[in-house]
Write a new protein. Sequence first.
Length: 255
Amino acid sequence: MFKYSVSRYVSVFAFILIFAGSVRAEQDIRLLANTSPPYAGAGLPDQGLALELVRHIFTRTDYTPEITIENWSRAVEGARIGVYDALASVWYSPEREQDLLFSKPYLESDLILLKLRSNRRAYTSLDELAGGRLGVRRDYAYGVDFDGIPNLVQVEEDLLVSNLLNLLAGKVDFVIADQRTATMQLHELLNDKINQVQVMGIALPAVKRHIAAARAWPGHEAMIAAFDRALVSTQNDGSLQSIITKWNERYADVK
């Protein structure tokens, strides 16, 4: 009886040690995202498509993300100076890579160019934007060399909806936008004017969203490696695509 009790207590104690070790392995990390519907936003379901994906992926790691939503300039600066450990939804650029270690991409987004439907010209190449006015979002890494297009004026705004309003008001000739963002904002904010806007026939490279850890943070390499492993798992079992499909079905495309 005594031997059984000792054995039982040892087993229970071992279980407690294992459980305690697993709890200690959990690490809280501070992530920052900028407001960018439908990818991130305090008022969106699950705070947006990108943040729902990021949280889903992290459930298969020993990290628990605490995500704060800020404007873009504060997001980048906060990661660079170490106020936050990583960015939750960011496009890659060589300049950003100097301060940030990027994960594998967890989401791909199509870029589109918009014009007024009343502009009947059929555009087929970026060179044809020469001499025009293009609405862009401030500090966005589109991956397109607009600076190389002769006399193209880039009109910067913080929000896409401001660019869309400028297009409707004739203050710009074109707007570049993420397709999901443009679709959502046209339907929700400018639904009565959606038929005035048209997607141009110029193919643009897709952009990919990553998390990116501050290189100044000592745990950046381990966290990114864990995220990448978990990402593969969610891709293989289809759970990542299931979330993406759910969001894609919320709105019809802009034509």
